[in-house]
Design a protein around this ligand. Sequence first.
Ligand code: FES
Ligand code: FES
Length: 151
Amino acid sequence: MHVDLVLNGELTAIECADNELILDVVRERLGLTGTKRSCDMEVCGSCTVLLDGLAASACTTLVAEADGKELVTIEGLSDGDELNPVQQAFVDHAAVQCGFCTPGMIMSVQALAMDHPDADDETISEYLSGTICRCTGYVKILEAARQVISE
Ligand code: FES
Ligand code: FES
């Protein structure tokens, strides 16, 4: 099938099978390896992307579902070497250890900032709960998310 979408700001045409997943296409065919694969069953959040501004699991979302939509991966957030505010907040608060969950975590906070610019801690925690971090203990991630919300 043929899919037209806006990928990280660029009009993109993709020929794909009906059952191809966004995660496979962005990582294996388009070289956008910032989106991570772990559980492959919409549990860990490491593959989180934005589809029309909403957080979506790339491991369970078909490319076909992105037809006519805007898809943003972690590579689409920065402006060249300039980090976006969420990425910068993670750097400022050292909210990274091994880094595996970080792209998904950043995409979740990006979705949060767009959906709830005045989010309280409960709402922040709700958004972060969709992404599992095995390293940091979440405190610094929460601090980074708070910085984004307060800006
Ligand atoms: S790899 Fe998609 S949610 Fe875990
Ligand atoms: S920083 Fe290692 S899994 Fe989150």
